[in-house]
Design a protein around this ligand. Sequence first.
Ligand code: 5GP
Ligand code: ZN
Length: 113
Amino acid sequence: MSGDCIFCRIVRHESPADIEYEDDEVVAFKDIYPKAPVHMLIVPRRHIASLATATPADRETLGHCLLVARTLGERTGYAERGYRVSLNTGPEGGQVVYHIHLHFTAGRRAARA
Ligand code: 5GP
Ligand code: ZN
């Protein structure tokens, strides 16, 4: 689907964001409306709309996103204390931006699902 969504523009550096990590497959940047002292979004460069439309072809990309969360845990100093990684999916799952992303939050006790 759309290669022209806001997160596609951010990963191509066409729209501004506070980028904290990037590699060939993934970009991580600060959430514009942080809900925790540390709140980053882990976004694959390739446009995948949602977990609900992901396919086995996305397996490596999605696995890599999780390992980037691990890297952010270490870089932010929260690896031991802990952090939360979440993935909102679909309208009733709270998804607003339809380019798949993990939320990485740390710095306060995480609300539990
Ligand atoms: P969702 O509800 O889709 O899981 O989360 C979307 C997240 O993206 C929200 O936490 C929102 O604050 C963040 N967001 C939306 N637009 C932008 C943007 O243009 N830049 C940044 N950095 N974050 C955004
Ligand atoms: Zn996109």
